[in-house]
Design a protein around this ligand. Structure first.
Ligand code: ZN
Ligand code: ZN
Length: 200
């Protein structure tokens, strides 16, 4: 039993909401009183805030828009910077959340993953991952990196087995489905070699 600080009744602890910040882990006022308080507050403040700010926005629409725009114009770097920071901050929260989630639900997720692998779509994805891994493990360098240290390079797969070093910036320009084909063409020109002959 616990005494409610508002209605002063002695009630079973199931009549109190949980509150981890309290010593005994329970709110000081009973559920009934809590609900009553919230209800009264809502009634007293119904639409007050929303209405007044909406009214202001309606009567000052152009003014507000203009002021927003000119602020952004004057502070474009600051605005972009804060936008970027906001995105980064939330990305971290999001990543953390998912990390925690995966940790907490590792068992169920493993079961689900096993189930998914039984479906058609799941099989397809699993094969894709498998070939990608195989491709990454199986590569061998056709020749060593000829570029100086300050040039960042990536290893381009001319086929599923062989890789060639090309400057990262150049490699990343060639994106999309036909990447390998177009990249091979470029290498033909860059190194002045006939890849076709190697690949046969
Ligand atoms: Zn109460
Ligand atoms: Zn490539």
């Amino acid at each position: 039993m616990k005494k409610c600080n508002k209605c002063n009744r002695h009630l079973p602890i199931t009549n109190f909401h949980k509150d981890n910040f309290k010593k005994d882990g329970l709110r000081t006022i009973c559920k009934e009183c809590t609900i009553d308080t919230v209800k009264k507050y809502r009634e007293a403040n119904r639409g007050k805030h929303n209405l007044s700010s909406k009214n202001y926005r309606d009567t000052h629409k152009d003014k507000v828009r203009e002021s927003n725009r000119s602020y952004i114009k004057r502070n474009i770097i600051k605005v972009k910077d804060s936008q970027r920071r906001r995105i980064e901050k939330h990305r971290k929260e999001y990543d953390d959340y998912h990390k925690q989630y995966r940790k907490r639900n590792a068992e169920q997720l493993a079961i689900k993953a096993r189930e998914n692998r039984q479906t058609e779509k799941g099989k397809e994805i699993s094969i894709k991952h498998h070939t990608k891994r195989k491709r990454n493990l199986g590569w061998s360098k056709l020749w060593n990196n000829p570029f100086p240290d300050e040039v960042k390079i990536e290893w381009h797969h001319i086929n599923n087995l062989l890789v060639i070093p090309i400057p990262k910036r150049l490699h990343q320009l060639i994106r999309g489905k036909t990447h390998r084909h177009r990249c091979n063409d470029l290498i033909d020109k860059l190194y002045n070699i006939d890849l076709e002959a190697i690949l046969i």
